[in-house]
Write a protein that binds this ligand. Structure first.
Ligand SMILES: [Mn+2]
Length: 475
């Protein structure tokens, strides 16, 4: 940039969502967030990611908070800053595919309660699983005067994932009516010079703004952002330093300082950022002291690069092996993972495909024979219910696991009947706001327990007498 054309890099702050999801199991309560919103609102962030992912589940399940109420309070606090959420395509924020009427209603309520930018992804990068959410966002954008559909591509490595693959996807995303593209690198696999190649190629393939989301897990994320910004990326995701690095994102203050005095200068006030960090730091210390923050997730996990497996997937695998007294099989399972991934069409490894591939690899090793036992989810993937994979799945494995069964090639949600009315009738006794049906749709049992708790609170029951373990509350 010899002419020093100014292109300030935009920043999405993740401390209210991914940072605490990655480091402290999504346990930051709303009441702790509220006092600092005013200062955060003055920074000049492109957006604050604050909802979606596991926040919804953890709020209801562990914090006994209404996630919709959190969203409204955050909306109240952020007068000038856009709010962003993460959305699992047809799975919304849950773990099963929903009918389109539920997807559309969830998008509508997210926007009307305060969300500006919806980042929508699919674990197979099957764009058919994103279309309903993108269309709904575009529809309510007009209606509510707010809303932005961002399609996120789950980043992964493998034969099929060439530069042509990514640029072709970028063009398709533009055609499907999205407002921007995100490269979602959940395991920190994108290394700096690959970022140069990839961002340059994608920038020439599409006019849409490109955002990069990565994790510090493998230790390269800060350098990757530097190269991506030089290659023209528009937005990067960072977290305030007390909840940065490790399995979280690079630190906001560090990236701001990196670009100071360059054409990419954010213009952010480091003193203001320091005041915000001062607010979060004692909470980090508290989490370290009570064990919520494990120092293990704060370092560099180089195995991530070696095995190309997200950190969370490795820890799941270790605990599965431990339960079976088979910890000595760790390296056998690590070697089995790429094979299973190949058999299943080489998908990216992100929720839920990461769990499906990891669990099946454990089964294959423990049984001493491949696919002697297959999980329900492996069968569903093979039937095509999760969508189309980039590479074909192994015919041999299909014949062994689901012999003679019919496979689908259509979009799975096309086979689902609208389900809002049915859900509504199942939960009507608990309904206090329209949004409750959506909480129930995503997590029927957890939401019902929460509704009971909420009612008990309203009836001023002494909660010290409640049997919280069994979810029974005197009313
Ligand atoms: Mn993430």
């Amino acid at each position: 940039m010899s002419e020093q054309v100014k292109k300030p890099i935009k920043i999405t702050e993740t401390i209210l969502r991914d940072a605490h999801q990655s480091l402290i199991a999504t346990r930051m309560p709303t009441e702790f967030m509220l006092p600092i919103l005013d200062k955060m609102d003055k920074v000049g962030y492109h957006s604050v990611e604050c909802w979606g992912g596991a926040t919804f589940d953890a709020s209801l399940r562990f914090l006994k908070e209404d996630p919709w109420d959190r969203l409204r309070k955050l909306r109240d606090g952020f007068k000038n800053t856009k709010l962003q959420m993460l959305f699992r395509g047809q799975n919304i924020l849950g773990y099963r595919p929903y009918a389109d009427d539920v997807v559309e209603y969830f998008v509508q309520k997210s926007i009307s309660n305060g969300i500006d930018i919806i980042r929508i992804f699919d674990c197979l990068n099957d764009l058919r699983n994103l279309q309903a959410a993108v269309d709904a966002t575009n529809k309510f954008k007009v209606q509510e005067g707010r809303g932005h559909a961002q399609v996120a591509l789950s980043y992964t490595l493998g034969d099929a994932y060439t530069l042509e693959y990514w640029t072709d996807m970028a063009k398709k995303i533009e055609e499907m009516g999205a407002d921007s593209i995100c490269i979602k690198d959940m395991a920190g696999l994108l290394v700096p010079y690959k970022a140069t190649e990839m961002i340059s190629a994608m920038k020439s393939a599409t006019k849409l703004p490109i955002q990069l989301h990565t994790h510090y897990t493998s230790g390269v994320a800060g350098m990757t952002y530097l190269k991506a910004v030089e290659a023209g990326v528009d937005v990067i995701d960072t977290a305030m330093s007390p909840f940065a690095m490790g399995t979280s994102q690079p630190a906001t203050e560090v990236m701001v300082e990196t670009f100071k005095g360059t054409p990419y200068d954010t213009g952010f006030d480091q003193n203001l950022l320091a005041e915000i960090a001062d607010y979060f730091r004692p909470y980090r210390d508290e989490c370290l002291a009570n064990g919520l923050l494990n120092p293990k997730v704060m370092g560099v996990d180089i195995k991530t690069l070696l095995y190309q497996v997200p950190g969370g997937m490795l820890s799941n695998m270790v605990s599965q092996l431990k339960e079976q007294n088979a910890e000595d099989k760790y390296y056998d399972v690590l070697k089995e993972i790429p094979q299973v991934r190949k058999d299943l069409g080489e998908p990216p490894l992100v929720t839920p495909s990461s769990q499906i591939v990891g669990t099946q690899a454990v089964f294959n090793v423990l049984m001493g024979e491949r696919y002697k036992m297959a999980t329900k989810e492996t069968k569903a993937v093979l039937r095509g219910e999760y969508g189309q994979t980039v590479k074909p799945m192994s015919q041999e494995v299909i014949d062994k696991v689901i012999p003679g069964e019919e496979r689908i090639t259509c979009r799975y949600a096309d086979l689902l009947d609208n389900e809002l009315d049915k859900l509504e009738s199942e939960m009507k006794e608990w309904k206090q706001q329209d949004e409750d049906v959506l909480s129930y749709a995503l997590f029927p049992q957890v939401a019902t327990d929460f509704f009971k708790y909420r009612q008990a609170q309203q009836e001023k029951v002494d909660m010290t007498h409640a049997d919280t373990k069994n979810g029974a509350y005197p009313v």
